[in-house]
Design a binder for this molecule. Structure first.
Ligand SMILES: Nc1nc2c(c(=O)[nH]1)N[C@H]1C(S)=C(S)[C@@H](COP(=O)(O)OP(=O)(O)OC[C@H]3O[C@@H](n4cnc5c(=O)[nH]c(N)nc54)[C@H](O)[C@@H]3O)O[C@H]1N2
Ligand SMILES: Nc1nc2c(c(=O)[nH]1)N[C@H]1C(S)=C(S)[C@@H](COP(=O)(O)OP(=O)(O)OC[C@H]3O[C@@H](n4cnc5c(=O)[nH]c(N)nc54)[C@H](O)[C@@H]3O)O[C@H]1N2
Ligand code: SF4
Ligand SMILES: [Mo]
Length: 756
């Protein structure tokens, strides 16, 4: 039986001897390229130093308004990927007789193989037997092209993307409440705000530049409230810390809304705003009536006094900013949690005004743009809906196809794996996604992967999922191509090419087009550059909610970014708006809104925002007598997502070399565990043995493990595949577990998994 090595054993950590001479020596660049960091959704501006087609270092880009030259450790070390010895430079074909499991294959043969196999499966089993998985680290151009490729070339409904694990609860909540899915305001609005509420986000580790904005706001007098089961770095200096029990956020928000309403006479809610601009307030008020401070405290674990303080700080503020991220969203109740947060914003009417704002902190590099233009299973470009006949007609015309030939909605990324497991989907093309490490209950995902009749992956490193592929196509690193992404504030920005892809690696969009052409389906796949793709996308998004039609590459460079919506033409008057500057702040009176058309600030025909009941539900797989503790998962500052990129960068690995199990000293003492001991955490699905990290900064009933590692160090072997019924986001932030001291170190050399 062939063996598949998992990546920690099979990867190189780039330091001194593994780096190219040019990178090691540094020195003078031939040119500096202004672009952005490839990692998180902050999208810090950076200048790459380039010599002889190699990125050899970086310099700050002080003028870029968001980060003003600041970078976190990942941004500083990103340049160590380009000439990394593991960088794929040719296509690889699976070959069990080769020691690595793969052998190189010429590019054109690889494209022909992919086209032949995908075509063969579709001929035998129909178009829906093939699925596509994309990612939100891709530029908007690539995300758009991938959606078009699935619907037009493959004619399959089955496309989804890794933002399913990330942005979808926030997206669904925002669409339901505001009719649009974008943060409301630029972060500069935070600087003079009265209070910043940070719910379920470890900003210091995960969005360091945002942290700087929070700190500046505090220097200017803002109060800071943090809601997290862990005292994260931002919580250490906040005014009020709410140590919420994992999975109880909707209850906490309901408890605070209860108090805001109870204190309406003190001006803690804005009745005029509610009457003029919202509907559904009574529903929310009815639901939260039962959430008295005592009951809220009992369910959430947050002391009653703190709940009262939170309501008072929030209610009496003049202006406010509420930020959340995956801590409240990665739940089977994720959408309700988001709607609960939004209720607090709407009740106080502090939205669409200077110095106030609300938003989810975007995760991946293009977590925003990657969720707007059609790689989601139910979506068409411009945040259009694939089930809406008008939207289908509009996009079909641009794609040059009949509307009836366009497939309908597909299913979420996890459901795609269930369909693979059931034998319904037999072929897969994935790009920019490492589901074996990043999906919950990954034992199931691994088994499903081995059932595929044909699997092709496009990546620049051989990630853990791609190790199961029949064919790996060498794609492009961010600096090897140009395009656009949309960062955390809703600002569309330009990624500039610094170097050419090495060897037989190709730009991702070329690979996708080459597969379409080799399948004999070239129509609509003759773009010659990302600019060409962007120009089609501008038209495809026109009059949609996410309208990019007034954005050009030139404007992006001149303005250092443009906030969407940026229409080329007003749909109401049909007047061209050639110099529309973009929309930094949403919902201001009179701002562009193609849906409300003047009826009001929000993106519904009546112009009104929606309150929701935002109900609390107990998490699936909640602790009980046999599994009495909460397991929650997340990130550390020096590693990124599945670690495919950052586990290869030596200096980042040194900062946090191994995953550890964070626990409170009281819990550790109960089990006779000291800091650094080997301990085993077990859930209903699997167990993991790692070293303990004993810290006072976590609830005593909760364990925290970062998820950036593969194989035996991967926490997603233990997590539960429960999903939110609306957004389908997995419940990464809660499952029940138990803890014991381990006899000793686990055998990490047993990281060779048998193929099934
Ligand atoms: N260094 C680094 N930065 C990153 C990334 C990375 O991998 N590494 N990834 C990027 C991406 S894609 C994303 S999505 C973002 C994620 O950014 P965040 O959402 O900020 O990060 P997480 O660590 O996933 O979780 C945030 C916090 O949620 C808390 N939490 C756990 N359960 C609950 C709960 O039930 N309720 C509440 N209120 N809080 C809870 C955790 O203790 C943790 O502190 O970061 C981005 N930035
Ligand atoms: N337990 C637990 N699991 C989680 C989370 C959690 O908090 N807890 N967080 C979830 C979240 S928020 C997210 S976003 C997901 C992320 O999960 P994944 O998307 O699976 O993580 P990545 O490591 O970004 O994997 C993307 C792959 O794309 C490649 N790649 C990056 N950029 C490009 C590109 O431009 N072109 C090509 N061709 N390839 C590229 C990388 O090399 C990598 O192999 O994980 C989720 N999983
Ligand atoms: S904060 Fe995000 S975008 Fe900025 S340098 Fe760090 S990883 Fe890159
Ligand atoms: Mo994410």
């Amino acid at each position: 039986m062939a063996k598949i090595p998992t990546s920690d054993l099979a990867i190189t950590r780039a330091y001194g001897p593994h780096l190219s001479a040019a990178v090691r020596m540094g020195g003078e660049p031939e040119k500096l390229v202004k672009t952005h960091c490839c990692f998180c959704g902050q999208q810090c501006g950076i200048q790459l130093k380039v010599r002889q087609n190699e990125v050899i270092g970086f310099e700050p880009w002080d003028e870029f308004p968001f980060n003003r030259g600041m970078l976190c450790p990942k941004g500083v070390k990103r340049y160590l990927q380009g000439s990394h010895p593991d960088r794929l430079q040719s296509a690889l074909r699976r070959d069990p007789s080769s020691p690595s499991g793969f052998r190189p294959m010429p590019y054109t043969e690889a494209i022909e193989l992919a086209a032949r196999e995908l075509g063969r499966l579709q001929e035998a089993h129909g178009p829906s037997s093939v699925a596509v998985l994309g990612g939100a680290s891709l530029t908007t151009e690539k995300a758009y092209l991938l959606g078009k490729f699935a619907r037009v070339a493959l004619k399959t409904p089955y496309i989804d993307y890794n933002g399913r694990l990330c942005m979808v609860s926030a997206g669904a909540g925002n669409r339901r409440a505001f009719g649009i899915d974008r943060v409301t305001s630029p972060w500069s609005d935070m600087l003079e705000t009265g209070v910043v509420w940070v719910a379920g986000t470890n900003v210091a580790d995960c969005s360091p530049i945002t942290t700087n904005y929070v700190w500046q706001a505090r220097e200017n007098g803002a109060k800071v409230i943090v809601q997290d089961p862990r005292i994260t770095p931002i919580a250490r200096t906040c005014d009020l810390y709410l140590p919420v029990r994992p999975g109880r956020d909707a209850a906490l928000f309901a408890g605070v809304l209860h108090l805001l309403i109870e204190n309406a006479d003190k001006g803690w809610i804005d009745r005029d705003f509610i009457a003029a601009n919202t509907i559904g307030f009574e529903k929310a008020a009815d639901y939260c009536r039962a959430w008295t401070p005592a009951r809220t405290a009992e369910v959430t674990g947050v002391p009653e006094r703190s709940i009262r303080q939170a309501a008072e700080i929030w209610g009496s503020a003049r202006s406010s900013f509420l930020l959340h991220a995956r801590g409240i969203e990665h739940h089977s109740n994720g959408v309700e949690n988001v709607l609960g947060a939004i209720n607090l914003v709407l009740a106080t009417g502090r939205i669409g005004k200077p110095n106030s704002g609300y938003g989810t902190i975007v995760g991946q590099a293009n977590g925003q743009g990657g969720r707007e233009h059609g790689q989601k299973c139910d979506q068409l470009p411009g945040l259009r809906d694939i089930s809406n006949p008008e939207h289908r007609k509009y996009v079909a015309r641009i794609w040059g196809i009949e509307e009836r030939d366009m497939p309908g909605p597909g299913v979420d990324a996890y459901e795609i794996f269930r369909k693979i497991d059931a034998g319904e989907i037999k072929g897969l093309l994935s790009i920019c996604f490492n589901p074996k490490v990043s999906l919950p209950d990954s034992g199931f995902v691994t088994r499903a992967l081995e059932k595929l009749e044909f699997y092709a992956a496009i990546d620049f490193f051989l990630n853990d999922t791609a190790r199961h592929a029949d064919l790996v196509l060498a794609g492009s690193l961010q600096e090897e191509d140009e395009g656009t992404v949309t960062q955390v504030e809703g600002r569309v920005i330009k990624i500039n090419q610094a170097v050419e892809p090495p060897g037989e690696a190709r730009q991702d969009w070329r690979i996708v087009q080459d597969v379409a052409r080799a399948m004999g389906r070239p129509k609509g796949f003759d773009f010659e550059s990302p600019r060409d793709i962007f120009n089609e996308l501008r038209v495809a998004s026109q009059y949609g909610i996410a309208d990019y039609s007034g954005i050009t590459y030139e404007k992006l460079t001149e303005q250092m970014g443009v906030f969407w919506p940026c229409p080329a033409e007003d749909p109401k008057t049909r007047h061209p708006t050639p110099n529309h500057p973009g929309t930094p702040r949403l919902f201001e009176p009179g701002s562009y809104n193609p849906i409300a058309k003047g009826a009001g600030p929000f993106y519904f025909p009546d112009g009104k925002a929606r309150f929701h009941a935002a109900e609390y539900r107990t998490p699936v797989d909640d602790p009980d007598e046999s599994y009495p503790l909460f397991l929650t998962t997340g990130r550390v500052v020096s590693q990124f997502l599945s670690g495919t990129q950052t586990r290869r960068i030596g200096p980042l690995v040194d900062q946090y070399p191994e995953p550890r199990i964070e626990m409170h000293p009281r819990l550790a003492a109960k089990h006779g565990i000291a800091d650094g001991d080997w301990v085993t955490c077990e859930t209903r699905r699997a167990e993991i043995t790692l070293r303990a990290m004993v810290v006072t900064t976590i609830r005593p009933d909760t364990l925290f493990v970062p998820y950036h590692w593969a194989g035996p160090k991967s926490i997603n072997r233990l997590t539960v595949a429960a999903q939110d019924p609306i957004s389908k986001i997995p419940q990464f932030k809660v499952c029940a577990c138990r803890l014991r001291k381990a006899a000793g170190a686990p055998d990490y050399t047993a990281t060779l998994e048998p193929q099934q």
